[in-house]
Design a protein around this ligand. Structure first.
Ligand SMILES: Nc1ncnc2c1ncn2[C@@H]1O[C@H](COP(=O)(O)OP(=O)(O)OP(=O)(O)O)[C@@H](O)[C@H]1O
Ligand SMILES: [Mg+2]
Length: 512
């Protein structure tokens, strides 16, 4: 095999943690090579080394057969290596073109011909079917589009080795399909790709080979066609994983949450949620299914108090709460797992321990007479780390920014579930988690239900909605399309309802 990249016995240690322990990865020319491993296994670190962001403690990197030292990302660029990061790095009030030429301009100290740049970007966009408008402002385009800008940035620099770090975690299922097509086109043009993803289905769909690592160590490289998803999952976790979700019959009680004719405006001032009504009972999980951007965000924001509703009412255990502040709602035992953990869930510069008590630091036993009680806070941190299997090099003292993406997510989920809320609003609770962690979080959500708590889950993953929910409410264009029993429906029906077609209408349409 002809290799474009060879990373041989790469080791990288951070204080308290060996992120990469003699890992080997060989990328063949023209292949899509998946990199699979649990949260915190060392995937992003390994790729940051290849992109020149970190220096390895030891090991060898060969690019096109020649040993290289990749001192910084400029060297990586010169070696035609590009990377789309787990968290994008675009400047929001700049245009697409400005973002793409940023850096090149500074480096060479010359004035770039913007018109020419814009033209080249347009051509690349057409060549790869990316549909990106060079003059759009980043803040005005969707996350999926922003990702394509990151792809264009690599192509503009003539990268031949493309690294994608969890590109699909932030995409809708439709956008994922599109990205898969784009990747295959890139391969046809002679590029080679390293793809990090936790979704085994995606690996099966596009990858040729897959390298698996576990806790910083190399486990093996397999041919994807010849290896089952179960086998890959097992190699990665070191044990068998149950893919189905097991749960007993729900025993719902009284209404915990009653939403009545709720209308909420979206960011641009148009009604994003319209006259929406729904009940969630104690002891049940209600899933909200819908294509991204159909009112889910407005619903969650209005429920937690981040955004004011225009009309309608929200009752929590018979008490109207729509006038209450965010903190008052938390005091009324509403918990929230946000889908944007870096924006709403966490303070990245604080430690793990401090993030755990963000919502209750002022209460006993975490504070006594206005003073933080660090002993108690630390004890609490140890408990959550243990319970939710959070991997962080320096335990509770770890700065959240240095934690892996999936472990940041586990921290948010652990904090919110552990507060034992009456109502848990879980938005994309397993985004970015590995299969083992997903299995665990699902169990904990079901446990909440079985304890008699109410869970409202918003997710774009239909598997998750159908597997976990007792009832499914489908939303389209800000309106409730219908509510169905999870046991009496399937992906096809939910998919149809997500386009706005009500139950029963489908058959009539087909007859006509
Ligand atoms: N800058 C850093 N300082 C200290 N520790 C770090 C730093 N970057 C990563 N780590 C640690 O190295 C380990 C590997 O992290 P990495 O981000 O590579 O994991 P990952 O495989 O990408 O996980 P995920 O799937 O959750 O994104 C983790 O324990 C993480 O906390
Ligand atoms: Mg990562």
């Amino acid at each position: 095999m002809e290799y474009v990249v060879e990373m041989l016995k790469i080791r990288k240690e951070f204080p308290g943690v060996v992120a990469c322990d003699d890992i080997t990865l060989q990328l063949a020319k023209g292949e899509i090579h998946a990199l699979l491993g649990e949260n915190g296994a060392g995937k992003s670190t390994l790729m940051s080394i290849l992109f020149g962001l970190y220096q390895p403690d030891r090991g060898t990197i060969k690019i096109r057969g020649k040993e290289e030292k990749i001192a910084n990302p400029n060297v990586a660029n010169d070696l035609k290596i590009g990377m789309v990061h787990q968290h994008f790095k675009l400047v929001h009030n700049f245009t697409v073109t400005e973002n793409i030429i940023l850096g090149i301009e500074q480096k060479k100290g010359i004035v770039v011909d913007r018109k020419g740049a814009s033209k080249k970007i347009k051509e690349l966009s057409v060549q790869y079917g990316l549909n990106v408008e060079p003059d759009s402002l980043i803040s005005n385009i969707s996350v999926g589009m922003q990702q394509r800008v990151e792809i264009l940035k690599m192509l503009y620099r003539d990268a031949e080795v493309l690294i994608f770090d969890e590109p699909t975690a932030v995409l809708t299922p439709q956008e994922v399909q599109e990205l898969m097509r784009i990747m295959k086109d890139l391969i046809k043009e002679g590029k080679s790709i390293i793809l990090i993803t936790h979704k085994l289905k995606e690996i099966k769909a596009v990858a040729d080979r897959c390298t698996i690592i576990r806790r910083g160590q190399y486990v093996g490289t397999v041919d994807v066609k010849e290896t089952s998803t179960e086998k890959m999952a097992e190699m990665m976790v070191g044990r068998k994983i149950s893919f189905g979700i097991e749960k007993k019959e729900a025993t719902p009680g009284e209404n915990a949450l009653e939403i009545r004719n709720l209308s909420v405006k979206n960011k641009v001032g148009v009604m994003g949620l319209k006259e929406f009504s729904l009940d969630v009972k104690c002891g049940e999980i209600v899933g909200i299914a819908g294509v991204d951007g159909n009112g889910q965000g407005e619903l969650a924001s209005a429920l937690i108090g981040l955004q004011k509703s225009e009309s309608g009412e929200i009752f929590l255990r018979n008490k109207e709460i729509s006038g209450l502040s965010i903190r008052e709602r938390i005091e009324n035992r509403v918990s929230h797992i946000s889908d944007d953990r870096q924006k709403y869930g966490l303070i990245l510069e604080y430690t793990l321990d401090e993030n755990l008590i963000l919502k209750k630091y002022y209460r006993e036993p975490y504070s006594i007479k206005g003073m933080l009680n660090y002993d108690e806070i630390h004890r609490y941190g140890e408990k959550i780390i243990e319970d939710f299997d959070i991997r962080a090099g320096r335990g509770g003292e770890t700065t959240v920014r240095s934690m892996s993406g999936g472990n940041q997510q586990k921290l948010v989920v652990g904090r919110e579930i552990d507060s034992n809320p009456d109502l848990l609003i879980a938005v994309q609770p397993t985004r970015g988690l590995d299969v083992g962690a997903i299995e665990y979080i699902h169990k904990r959500l079901i446990e909440q239900r079985d304890k008699g708590r109410a869970v409202l889950m918003i997710s774009l993953e239909l598997d998750e909605i159908l597997g976990l929910s007792d009832r499914v409410a489908v939303i389209n264009n800000g309106e409730l399309v219908g509510i169905v029993n999870a046991k009496e429906t399937n992906e096809a029906e939910i998919g149809l309802m997500m386009t706005g077609i009500k139950r029963g209408e489908a058959d009539e349409d087909q007859i006509q």
